[in-house]
Design a protein around this ligand. Structure first.
Ligand SMILES: *[C@@H]1O[C@H](CO)[C@@H](O)[C@H](O)[C@H]1NC(C)=O
Ligand SMILES: *[C@@H]1O[C@H](CO)[C@@H](O)[C@H](O)[C@H]1NC(C)=O
Ligand SMILES: *[C@@H]1O[C@H](CO)[C@@H](O)[C@H](O)[C@H]1NC(C)=O
Length: 624
């Protein structure tokens, strides 16, 4: 079944390519010693996006048992963070969907190389770095995702990758997946959803109706004390929603999610800026009494738009962030939800909000080179310029395209600098790979694990990596020529200790670490080997286990929770494959002549040495 559907998919991909002459085919598969990411051309849709490297291309490692997606870099610019710079920012993503056997939080470097992945939590959302009490933490939501909102809790992971804190909302609530924002005051903002009965007579004619209320809390992290709690149902009338009620709202099981909160932020004055997807509005909520201080967008928009409507025409938006210093609002304007597309593409927006004058001005919009229209999710992050590091860098803006597995980093004035696809975007509508939000952050990871070393005797090579260690710059191979079992045992038990040097000598110079995993040649005289991970000054950060040069090292898969895929999920998968197969078969029959010709021509181009043989074919037979 699996191989048949894979063959059909490949056929479909060939077909899609052969029937679309504008497709850019210039993708060079880089070698393992270079970047793990694929590099390509930013023009329209590429081989990668059609699934030429698979519906879900992955990176596989010999010394590490998890397989993150293999990103595709369409465009790169030195103004985006690179691995070379000590102060570079890493990219934080947590793609999920049917394509993932073992999803989890992922950190990539600027070249798309894996830095850290952990599958033990399963699906994670809103992965980012936040500052609390003088320390940086990786934070994310984890729980059960109901499709529109989640029931779970928030994790705070420290620099040694341990769970330092698990945060839940106060009272009998579970944490929703949309927001977990730590403030400068050491408090956390979290969203919640709760079903409740509501009189929907006005507007909908339903007396004993049900709604899903949107809520948020501010909780003091040190004490767990609830500081503020807010209910949308107390301040926003249901009939102001922009989403049609259809058959919803008549019972508890069909409760009408009319507001759909998806972000919370805090202003310098202590008020809250929230985003309501279904009101198509961003609102400011008073911290004194919960009243709506202002609303931008939606039916009750308070602002005069000084940009011909482009500053207030937000629809189905996500991730509203308030920048108190500049009185600016950043927000991801999806412009689409389900069948309701109000725009031709999604936009990252930067809006100047004059609260006193009630005016809104569009400062800049950020549109993907491929004009992605994301029906859900998405994020916008301003990355401040920096004067540390090798050279001063200017402010940039990172936009994550949510449902479409891609992110783009722009110059402040809207020019795309770096453009990356996490998975093939040609199949985004199947929802097999989506990434709620994308962030870039500085991060220093010092895992308590050892570097991982895997011996491949047939290749005379040792593969080494260290999940999450951000400070490794090179690997020093160390060998032991002793065959004595005692020496080996001693080396094994003391590996990493000071006495281990009695058994090991450095072999060759240290190998520069350029990628997640490095392959190091092992000399024939070595009986046991290990590596020392070195930092930029050559200090040893850690030693791997000692491995025998004649034994194939088995590396276990990272633990992952069992996939709780419902039948409907599996069915979607199967039906999806069958549908693609049928389409492929139909197209194959319909365009077999053209396909044959195109395959011949692609083969001809792929083999320049034999090109003349194909050029000699009569044109009538090729039917171009
Ligand atoms: C998710 O929430 C929606 C909105 O209330 C509800 O209709 C749906 O039944 C929920 N799904 C699950 C699996 O609980
Ligand atoms: C990280 O958290 C773990 C568990 O709470 C703790 O043992 C460890 O000391 C912490 N590491 C750092 C660097 O704070
Ligand atoms: C807590 O919430 C659950 C589910 O919403 C509910 O079944 C339970 O009765 C609540 N418990 C209390 C003490 O309110």
């Amino acid at each position: 079944m699996r191989s048949t559907s894979n063959i059909l998919l490949v056929l479909l991909q060939v077909l899609l390519y052969t029937t679309n002459t504008t497709v850019a085919a210039r993708v060079a598969l880089s070698t393992a010693s270079e970047s793990s990411a694929l590099q390509g051309d930013a023009s329209s849709v590429s081989w990668y996006d059609w699934g030429w490297y698979g519906i879900h291309p992955e990176q596989h490692f010999t010394s590490f048992g998890a397989s993150p997606p293999r990103p595709f870099i369409l465009q790169h610019d030195a103004q985006c963070s690179t691995t070379e710079d000590e102060n570079s920012r890493y990219t934080f993503v947590s793609p999920r969907g049917l394509a993932f056997k073992a999803p989890g939080p992922i950190i990539y470097d600027g070249q798309g190389n894996l830095v850290w992945m952990d599958t033990q939590y399963g699906e994670a959302m809103d992965l980012k770095v936040q500052h609390y009490n003088g320390q940086d933490y990786i934070t994310f939501w984890h729980g059960s995702d109901n499709g529109t909102f989640g029931e779970g809790q928030y994790y705070m992971i420290n620099s040694t990758y341990d769970v330092a804190h698990i945060v839940r909302p106060a009272g009998n609530f579970s944490g929703d997946l949309h927001e977990f924002r730590i403030t400068e005051q050491g408090t956390a903002l979290m969203t919640m959803y709760k079903k409740m009965e509501a009189d929907l007579t006005e507007g909908f004619g339903i007396k004993n109706g049900w709604i899903v209320d949107s809520m948020f809390q501010e909780v003091d992290l040190a004490t767990g004390r609830l500081l503020f709690q807010w209910h949308a149902s107390e301040h926003f009338p249901v009939q102001d929603t922009e989403v049609p009620i259809r058959k919803l709202g008549r019972s508890e099981s069909t409760a009408f999610d009319y507001f759909h909160i998806n972000s919370v932020d805090k202003t310098a004055e202590g008020d809250y800026v929230i985003s309501s997807r279904y009101m198509c509005a961003v609102a400011c909520i008073s911290h004194v009494d919960g009243k709506v201080l202002w609303q931008l967008g939606g039916k009750q928009n308070d602002f005069k738009d000084l940009s011909n409507g482009h500053a207030t025409d937000i629809h189905w938006q996500h991730h509203a962030t308030w920048h108190s210093e500049t009185s600016e609002l950043t927000v991801f304007d999806n412009g689409a939800y389900d069948k309701f597309a109000s725009a031709s593409n999604s936009r990252g927006l930067r809006i100047k909000v004059d609260v006193a004058a009630k005016t809104a001005t569009l400062v800049q919009s950020y549109v993907a080179p491929q004009h992605h229209l994301a029906p859900s999710q998405g994020s916008v992050q301003i990355l401040s310029g920096e004067s540390t590091g090798a050279q001063a860098s200017a402010e940039t803006v990172l936009v994550g395209w949510g449902y479409i597995p891609a992110y783009t980093e722009f110059s402040a004035d809207g020019k795309p600098l770096c453009d990356v696809h996490i998975c093939p975007t040609g199949y985004y509508h199947l929802g097999w790979c989506k990434n709620y939000r994308t962030f870039k952050h500085h991060w220093v990871g010092r895992p308590t694990t050892k570097p991982s070393a895997a011996m491949r005797p047939s290749e005379d090579a040792l593969y080494v990596s260290w999940n999450g260690a951000t400070e490794v710059r090179s690997w020093q191979l160390q060998i032991s020529k002793s065959h004595g079992l005692q020496a080996a045992k001693g080396a094994k038990s003391k590996a990493g200790g000071t006495d281990a040097k009695d058994y090991f000598t450095n072999h060759g110079t240290a190998v520069k670490k350029t990628n997640f995993e490095s392959k190091i040649r092992v000399p024939s005289e070595a009986v046991y080997v290990r590596v020392a991970a070195l930092d930029k000054d050559g200090n040893v950060l850690g030693y791997s286990e000692t491995v025998s040069t004649v034994e194939f090292t088995v590396v276990a898969l990272m633990p992952a929770p069992p996939l709780n895929r419902t039948l409907s999920g599996v069915m979607t998968h199967i039906v999806g494959y069958i549908a693609l197969g049928v389409v492929a078969a139909l197209l194959l029959v319909r365009y077999r002549g053209a396909i044959f010709a195109r395959v011949i021509s692609v083969v001809a181009h792929a083999m320049p040495a034999r090109k003349h043989e194909y050029e000699a074919l009569p044109t009538a037979m090729v039917q171009l």
